[in-house]
Design a protein around this ligand. Structure first.
Ligand code: ADP
Length: 720
């Protein structure tokens, strides 16, 4: 079997993601490889696929034992024999597995690093042929990384203990130079074939929100975005997690909490509820998430600022692993910076390390204050050269709010920093500018400097915001100390002389609901009703088998089914994410639901699957598609006429028009509602059963009222 055959047969994919093929071929040639790929880049497949084709057994070292079962379940679902060894196993089960591994029953064995050099495992290794050792989350070996695990230092000894040194492959999503250097050195990779994939995650929408009331913002966000879909809310402390989860629940937004101080059982239960889609929102400290494979997380909101850019990228990156548009929102408040500084302050680290932590923190602070493209800020941090000045998919690029000239304000601040001798931090400088009678200011005689009180009319928070913005623009330098001091830079002079003008967004501290303008990475013209039926089936299967729903099929796979209505083996296998084993296990059931649906609804305009179009969707194709529909609308055609013209269902046409409307075009929905009596019946039904799902509304109404009718009334009355 060649690699393409394996890709299609086991994983149900037709093409490799960027970087996968190179690494897989390297591993198959027996080379060491180092794969640096962003979350969602498809690292696991890079070692799972060669594992199938290589002669012996592949050992996968992974830090998170809670994930192993999931990964192994996924493998088995695809027909790849795998198992895991970790501390959750009872002795008896442990021995049984060792025997089965000896007997050649498995191709892939996941193992926790703590187990590697134990007596029983070392004995086992002597008796089997290890073809490859794959190290997942390889940055855990580096003390520079954010996830250092001492047990990872056991790995080199383990590799050296294997008589015939196997190929080693290491994978991580962390890419700072220090970390990469340490991974190579400490693991002892031999002339590794490297693949570093760009860090951009185009489907993620980044935004920083300076909300005066974070909770109010959060609530509004949750009520208006991605309802019924999964999301993570990260908080800095256990206390905040508890309080926030409680409040959300009290206010009708079901959420589970997760933090390191919870009883293990409860923590696991909450994690499971989130993973199995029981509760859609999890409020957590950073203890949650490492290695969480849930592909359909639609938003990650940081209620507090994390400790540095790397952590932010990692945590935010848990959104949208499936490539679908997802939000990463950071709620910023200056108090969080203070909290993080206190944490560094109270640590017992060397001065060098401490300085490094302050620098890293400052980068994230700059990220919160920049007016420029947020995506580019992230990419630059990871050493990537951004392609364009604007990405058009982040809060800053899409926020076209008016820019105001703040050169005068900047000059006053810079000259104050100069007047106080470049010896004070933000607080004192701001107090001097505001003419504060604070003891420290008076004691140091700072009320005598010429800039004392020259910005009285500005609030403290606005002044701090401007200072931070000037830092992010390099007009001020903030020393990387425990008590950062503000200094002038080589760019300060030109600003003071008026040679450089400084601009800032007008609505400095305004709260805004997030805006979205994103392209779909997967098919978006699918039948929602069929999709929900397929989801239901998936849920039942996953519950019966005790597997997370996405181990059975991803949402994106179900959406394809709901778009292309596959009714036989060939068509079903053609769906992205369906491999042979999954077809054998579930094909019949899913095809059954699809056929029943077609019969019941009389669906007759089934489209062939156009691979090109789905796998390489571009903004243009999408826009054109919507625009073509809108053009028909403009010609005054009825819904059915537009559907006939465009060769889509009327439901899809409604979705196109919805999209046009959210893009700013006018759609007069009432044009499609021919019977006012119908409309009032529908509104009454909605008043009785609510808006959460369409089905209960439909069930309240006479047969002749269709889902389309209901949707049109909802849209016409602005109910969504
Ligand atoms: P990572 O470990 O890099 O975060 P995963 O291994 O979890 O990423 O893969 C992310 C998602 O991409 C998974 O849902 C996986 O099934 C999917 N995927 C991996 N390889 C491919 C491919 N060649 N084509 C389509 N999807 C893929």
């Amino acid at each position: 079997m060649d690699i393409y055959e394996a890709l299609s047969t086991y994983f149900g994919y037709e093409e490799f993601k960027t970087g996968q093929e190179k690494l897989i071929k390297g591993s198959l040639q027996g080379r060491d490889v180092l794969g640096i790929m962003p979350t969602g880049g498809g690292k696991s497949l890079c070692y799972q696929l060669p594992a199938i084709l290589l002669e012996g057994i592949t050992i996968v070292i992974s830090p998170l034992i809670s994930l192993m079962k999931d990964q192994v379940d996924s493998l088995n679902e695809m027909g790849i024999p795998g198992t895991y060894i970790n501390s959750t196993l009872e002795d008896e089960e442990f021995r049984k597995r060792l025997e089965a591994i000896r007997g050649g029953k498995y191709k892939i064995v996941y193992v926790a690093p703590e187990r590697l050099n134990t007596y029983l495992f070392s004995n086992l290794i002597r008796d089997i042929e290890v073809s490859m050792v794959a190290i997942d989350e390889a940055h855990c070996i580096s003390q520079w990384g954010h996830d250092f695990r001492p047990s990872y230092l056991e790995i080199p000894r383990f590799i050296n203990s294997i008589g015939n040194r196997p190929a080693v492959s290491a994978y991580t999503a962390t890419a700072t130079k220090e970390v990469i250097g340490e991974i190579k050195e400490l693991i002892g990779l031999r002339n590794p074939l490297e693949s570093i994939i760009g860090f951009d995650r185009p489907n993620l929408f980044y935004k920083v929100v300076k909300a005066s009331n974070k909770y109010a913002y959060l609530k509004e966000y949750l009520e208006n975005n991605f309802q019924g879909e999964s999301g993570i809310i990260y908080c800095a402390t256990r206390k905040t997690v508890e309080a926030l989860a409680k409040r959300l629940n009290e206010e009708g937004l079901p959420a589970v909490g997760y933090h390191g101080g919870m009883a293990g059982e409860l923590r696991q239960e909450n994690q499971d509820r989130f993973i199995f889609n029981g509760t859609k929102i999890i409020v957590a400290t950073n203890a949650f998430g490492m290695g969480i494979d849930k592909p359909d997380v639609r938003f990650v909101i940081h209620y507090n600022m994390p400790k540095n850019m790397e952590s932010y990228y990692q945590e935010a990156g848990r959104a949208g692993r499936d490539g679908e548009p997802s939000d990463c929102i950071l709620l910023y408040s200056p108090a969080d910076i203070v909290k993080q500084k206190l944490i560094i302050q109270n640590s017992t680290l060397s001065l060098e390390r401490e300085t490094n932590l302050y620098e890293n923190l400052q980068y994230l602070v700059d990220y919160c204050h920049t007016n420029k493209c947020l995506r580019n800020a992230i990419l630059s941090y990871f050493g990537e050269e951004p392609e364009n000045d604007e990405c058009n998919n982040c809060g800053n690029c899409l926020d076209k709010s008016e820019m105001v000239d703040i050169t005068i304000e900047a000059q006053k601040i810079l000259s104050c920093i100069y007047r106080v001798g470049q010896r004070y931090g933000t607080n004192i400088v701001v107090q001097v500018l505001r003419g504060s009678r604070n003891k420290r200011v008076l004691e140091a005689g700072l009320d005598k400097v010429s800039t004392y009180g020259i910005m009285k009319e500005y609030s403290e928070s606005v002044l701090k915001e401007i200072v931070m913005t000037l830092v992010s623009m390099d007009y001020i330098r903030m020393t990387a100390d425990r008590f950062p001091v503000l200094k002038l830079t080589s760019l300060s002079g030109p600003v003071l002389k008026g040679e450089i003008k400084v601009y800032h967004k007008k609505d400095l501290l305004e709260v805004k609901a997030p805006m979205k303008k994103v392209e779909k990475a997967v098919v978006d013209d699918f039948d929602e009703e069929l999709f929900s039926l397929l989801r239901e089936l998936r849920y039942n299967i996953s519950r019966d088998k005790g597997l997370p729903p996405y181990v059975v099929f991803h949402d994106s796979t179900l959406k394809e089914m709901a778009a292309y209505f596959p009714q036989d083996k060939e068509a079903f296998l053609d769906i992205k994410g369906v491999g042979l084993k999954k077809y054998e296990n579930y094909g019949e059931e899913f095809i059954g639901v699809i056929k029943d649906y077609i019969m019941e609804k009389g669906v007759d305009n089934i489209r062939p699957r156009e691979r090109e179009w789905i796998e390489k969707p571009t903004g243009k194709t999408n826009t054109n598609r919507y625009q073509l529909t809108y053009d028909c609308y403009n010609q005054g055609l009825s819904l059915q006429e537009i559907a006939d013209e465009r060769n889509f269902t009327t439901g899809t046409i409604i979705k196109h028009l919805e999209r046009c409307e959210s893009d700013g075009q006018t759609v007069q929905w009432s044009r499609f509602i021919d019977d006012p009596m119908k409309e009032s019946k529908i509104l009454e039904a909605i008043a009785r059963v609510g808006l959460e799902k369409l089905r209960p509304i439909k069930e309240e109404l006479p047969e002749d009222i269709s889902y389309d009718d209901i949707k049109l009334v909802i849209l016409n009355n602005g109910l969504k």
